[in-house]
Design a protein around this ligand. Structure first.
Ligand code: GCU
Length: 363
């Protein structure tokens, strides 16, 4: 048994590959069924249900930024007008697409600000490497607090009185899926190579987005920590008890109310298990004790059992937890831990883009 399996067993992490009826999942067909069970477990107990697709989506273009990135990039300010149950509401998105005669891969960046480039989004470095980036600010979809009447939240999901009502993370994930709806209509984008990326609470959101929407080929979770990539059992720093006290609105009411019972029935490996056979990319920062790099690494490596079902390698790692400045990029999933604090830096973007490029070129 390698050290990851030993660690998962020592922490008492339940296998994501035993079905609700107690059957061990071994084939792709069984995994297809298990995926539905895993999504249900996470929706009912942690993030809440995924709101339904809008009946209609209309994207309105506002004047873009002329000569953006020295004229190399087309940038547009977009308004995503969604119709749900006959009601129209909207949220803003900004696009930056490098001018190219070939289709380009893209990121959907769930961001903390609408005004990009910003300290978490080095737009010109991203587009210079040939990627488009579509970003939106999470609080333009709905406020990052317990106000479930704010903006889109007023129209999404069942009332908070229901134990499985959508939390804010699920609503932000829903918005990222609408951006994908639009991307699929754009001839200049390679829709087969779209990544969803987010940092911290939005790293949790990026994972949930890709877990529930298989159109995303890459799930990029930066410093997502508790209730993101990090395994909860045996985690140091932030715990599920703590996060549900401070940020109950990110989740469904049941995550807080039945925390003790819930912690017995699943862990974050149920979330990372939903990414294969697509690519899971997890980033940590050495000084980010609150997120706990070791537990984030474990959450990433735990998906290897699922990659195995698809005959894939998953994460290629050594004999112990990786030290700072390690990049594990030789498998089908990716992990890196950089020096320094909690942040989404250019260094993070660059290693993620290196890995995605390597997968696109078939390495
Ligand atoms: C808090 C929270 C974390 C979260 C972070 C962030 O620190 O406890 O879970 O990831 O905020 O989103 O910045």
């Amino acid at each position: 048994m390698d050290f990851v399996s030993t660690e998962l067993e020592r922490r008492g992490v339940p296998s994501a590959l035993v079905s609700n009826r107690g059957i061990e999942v071994k084939t792709e067909k069984q995994m297809q069924k298990r995926r539905e069970e895993l999504k249900k477990i996470l929706a009912e107990n942690e993030y809440g249900t995924l709101p339904s697709r809008p009946e209609h989506l209309r994207v309105e273009k506002k004047p873009g930024i002329p000569n953006f990135c020295a004229g190399k990039v087309t940038s547009e300010s977009l308004d995503f007008v969604c119709t749900v149950d006959g009601v129209e509401f909207s949220f803003p998105v900004r696009s930056a697409i490098p001018k190219s005669d070939k289709k380009v891969p893209a990121f959907v960046h769930i961001n903390f600000s609408a005004n990009t480039p910003d300290h978490f989004q080095p737009t010109e470095e991203i587009t210079d490497r040939g990627f488009a980036v579509f970003s939106f600010c999470h609080s333009d979809v709905t406020a990052d607090n317990g106000d479930f009447k704010d903006k889109c939240a007023a129209y999404l999901g069942p009332s908070r009185r229901k134990k499985n009502a959508s939390g804010k993370i699920m609503m932000w994930a829903w918005a990222a899926m609408r951006v994908m709806d639009y991307i699929e209509t754009l001839p200049e984008i390679d829709a087969e190579n779209v990544a969803v990326i987010g940092h911290s609470r939005l790293g949790k959101t990026a994972l949930v987005t890709a877990a529930f929407d298989e159109r995303f080929k890459y799930a990029v979770s930066n410093d997502s920590g508790c209730s993101g990539a990090a395994i909860s059992r045996g985690k140091t720093g932030e715990s599920t008890e703590r996060i549900t006290q401070s940020f109950p609105f990110w989740f469904c009411p049941r995550y807080k109310d039945d925390a003790e019972a819930q912690s017995k029935c699943f862990d974050q490996n149920y979330l990372t298990a939903l990414i294969p056979p697509r690519h899971l990319l997890v980033g940590s920062a050495e000084d980010d004790a609150w997120a706990d790099p070791k537990s984030e690494f474990l959450g990433c490596a735990s998906a290897n059992s699922v990659y195995g079902i698809y005959g894939m390698k998953g994460l290629v790692y050594g004999e112990d937890y990786p030290e700072a400045k390690t990049v594990l990029a030789d498998g089908d999933s990716f992990y890196h831990v950089r020096k320094g604090p909690h942040f989404l830096s250019r260094e993070d973007w660059n290693v993620y883009m290196d890995f995605i490029e390597s997968k696109m070129s078939g390495r």
